[in-house]
Write a protein that binds this ligand. Structure first.
Ligand code: GTP
Length: 402
């Protein structure tokens, strides 16, 4: 990386650095500030590394691998098997392009859910829930015209529990983030527009954000038609965990890429007038990180299934949590959602410790190839789905395997 011209080298600010600094003084207020948070991030990562040194949480892998399979459940139940945090900085993974599959327009079929009763359609397993929800803040939003023709708004969030950039991919410009729209002290109208806190559309020469009052956006004088469609119920929501291999590297080991595409396609249907939200959480590899997931792949090639591979690496079968998703949905103004998932744990977890959000309906995510609607088949993805059904309680019909 080219060094920052203002960077101190050996304790001295360079001449180039001085003139760069003088220039930036005259830049407009929305110019991105110097990157102090990056320094904080580095420090935090360093602290995390020390706190969770691999040797303190994991037996040497060679010894673990010698453990007979019969002991796997004891490993799974052991609290000591805390996952080390991902030591990798996750590469930014843009969502796969929606709308690139054969267009189909039936609205998704859903089943009612009531997670407060055991038979309420979300399994019997109780997920681990934090006592309080994390704090989240949407720091920027931007319109993304997609190659499929639909527009979506990408919202980037920060939070008080990790340093990752979690995302909300929002279909429907009526869905607004409270934390984004809240005015910031001393900001100009241009600042607001640059961070995406505006109504309607941006266009060359626009000078007003269209937001008045302390926190709420005003009825947009210059809104586009999509701002004012009649919404009458909960939006379709997908809570998706990052999968670099399935979404970017064309892996046929899992159906993550297909699920992301399909969620975006469903949310773009004209029948989805309440809009849609994909909460894209940076918990790669069910929370174990990309490096560990790649090791798990090798163990799978050596004969383990996806759950056993995680356990052999001294990780829980699933190290994810969903409190950030709950907080982001609340920030986007939605206490009731229709959730696209087969995962019972996700339904209960996203509702939050005090049922801050309610999943009113579940929409199943059936692999496209099982429905004869495209998709793909591979030995690996069949094993992946079979393990989800048999060991993780996913609500998918085994009849899909033919
Ligand atoms: N550890 C591990 N993680 C995997 C493997 N294959 C995919 N993943 C991860 O599994 C996660 C898939 O998560 P989701 O798309 O939210 O799906 P889900 O929780 O299984 O349930 P659904 O909502 O029903 O799709 C992603 O984080 C992937 O990176 C694997 O072989 N091992």
């Amino acid at each position: 990386m080219t060094p920052d011209p203002g960077e101190k080298t050996s304790g001295k600010t360079t001449e180039a650095g001085k003139s760069w600094h003088q220039e930036t003084v005259h830049l407009p207020s929305f110019y991105s500030p110097r990157s102090r948070p990056v320094q904080d991030t580095e420090t935090t990562r360093h602290e995390e590394r020390e706190e969770f040194s691999l040797s303190s949480v994991a037996r040497p892998l060679s010894r673990t691998l010698e453990a007979p399979t019969a002991t796997l459940s004891s490993i799974a139940n052991s609290d000591a098997a805390l996952p080390p945090p991902s030591l990798l900085s996750p590469a930014f993974t843009p969502p796969a392009t929606p709308g690139t599959t054969t267009p189909r327009s039936e609205p998704p079929r859903s089943v009612p859910v009531d997670s407060s009763i055991p038979s309420g359609g979300c399994g019997t397993k109780k997920p681990r829930l934090l006592e309080t929800l994390p704090e989240v803040q949407c720091i920027v939003r931007a319109r993304i015209p997609t190659t499929g023709g639909t527009e979506m708004f990408l919202h980037l969030y920060t939070n008080n529990v990790d340093q990752k950039e979690h995302l909300a991919i929002v279909f429907g410009s009526h869905i607004r983030s409270t934390s984004l729209d809240a005015p910031r002290e001393g900001e100009t109208e241009m600042d607001r527009m640059v961070r995406g806190a505006y109504t309607g559309r941006l266009y060359p020469g626009r000078t007003q954000s269209g937001m008045i009052g302390p926190a709420a956006p005003a009825a947009p004088a210059d809104a586009d038609a999509s701002d004012t469609t009649g919404q009458s119920g909960p939006p379709l929501v997908r809570i998706h965990s990052e999968c670099y291999t399935g979404e970017t590297a064309w892996s046929a080991r899992c159906d993550c890429g297909e699920q992301l595409d399909e969620a975006a396609r469903l949310m773009s249907l004209p029948s989805e007038e309440n809009g849609g939200i994909i909460i894209y959480l940076r918990q790669e590899g069910r929370g174990i990180g990309l490096g560990e997931k790649l090791k798990a792949y090798n163990l799978q090639d050596l004969g383990s299934d996806t759950v056993e591979a995680n356990l052999l690496l001294r990780h829980p079968a699933d190290a994810r949590s969903y409190g950030l998703a709950t907080a982001m949905l609340l920030d986007l103004g939605h206490k009731e959602v229709r959730l696209l998932t087969n995962n019972p744990e996700k339904i209960r977890a996203v509702e939050g410790p005090n049922r801050e959000v309610r999943v009113t309906e579940r929409v199943a995510m059936v692999p496209l190839s099982w429905k004869g609607k495209g998709g793909f088949r591979s030995r690996e993805v069949e094993g992946y789905l079979k393990t989800k059904i048999e060991k993780m309680g996913h609500m998918l019909d085994m009849g899909g395997f033919s």
